[in-house]
Design a protein around this ligand. Structure first.
Ligand SMILES: CC(C)(COP(=O)(O)OP(=O)(O)OC[C@H]1O[C@@H](n2cnc3c(N)ncnc32)[C@H](O)[C@@H]1OP(=O)(O)O)[C@@H](O)C(=O)NCCC(=O)NCCS
Length: 192
């Protein structure tokens, strides 16, 4: 059964073209070594914004993350994609349903330093926003970002998300963070 599921997901995994030799491809267990290596290589610069990186110690940690994301994909609750550029994994963009009372999806992302500045994350975020509206039929997609994270804020702003407000959140690393919440409503979405 496990073997069948692996083969099925390898054939059926979500692939979305980004143009110019790039694509979003759903992460599978085959991608674990590449994702682990990329995470460790970027750990220092990611740490400031993404405290989960300090919980990634071995390939098994990355494997558990991918396995869990495949499980929740089956329930329509998450879609974790890798950003591939000329066949190399260079980052990830994930879509997941939030725990809020209203049906909402959220997008999170990061990319290798060497692949920044090409619009890959902006284009990928647009595609996953469209995916959430069309496949999951959620009315709202949100992106949460710290006010000082200028590069990250530029993504929802470039795509026409609106600033809904600010929230305070306690993170697992013991810090209290302020996050800006950007939202896109289905009726405001322009696909391209
Ligand atoms: C946040 C992060 C993902 C942004 O990456 P990025 O490379 O700036 O984003 P994009 O891939 O969309 O590239 C945007 C840049 O490409 C340019 N670009 C080129 N072609 C483009 C296109 N077709 N469409 C959009 N932008 C394009 C934009 O002008 C912009 O250039 P600039 O950097 O000179 O302003 C990245 O900095 C990162 O991984 N940071 C660390 C982790 C992090 O903070 N994650 C988010 C936590 S909330």
């Amino acid at each position: 059964m496990v073997g069948f599921w692996r083969q099925w997901i390898a054939r059926k995994r979500v692939c979305l073209p980004l143009g110019e030799g790039a694509e979003l491809r759903q992460l599978t267990l085959q991608d674990v070594p590449a994702l682990f290596e990329l995470t460790i290589r970027n750990r220092e610069r990611l740490r400031r914004w993404m405290s989960w990186v300090d919980h990634v110690h071995t390939e098994d940690d990355t494997r558990e993350f991918v396995r869990e994301s495949l499980r929740s994909f089956r329930w329509g609750r998450s879609l974790q994609t890798g950003i591939w550029l000329n066949g190399q994994l260079v980052g990830t963009i994930g879509l997941f349903r939030t725990a809020s009372a209203e049906p909402e999806a959220e997008i999170g992302y990061w990319i290798d330093e060497q692949a920044e500045g090409r619009g890959l994350v902006t284009r990928g975020t647009r595609l996953l926003t469209q995916y959430a509206f069309e496949k999951w039929q959620v009315p709202v997609v949100r992106i949460r970002v710290e006010p000082e994270n200028i590069r990250s804020r530029a993504i929802p702003e470039r795509l026409g998300f609106r600033l809904r407000g600010e929230i305070e959140e306690d993170w697992a690393d013991g810090t209290r963070r302020t996050l800006l919440v950007y939202v896109m409503h289905r009726s405001d979405f322009k696909g391209s």
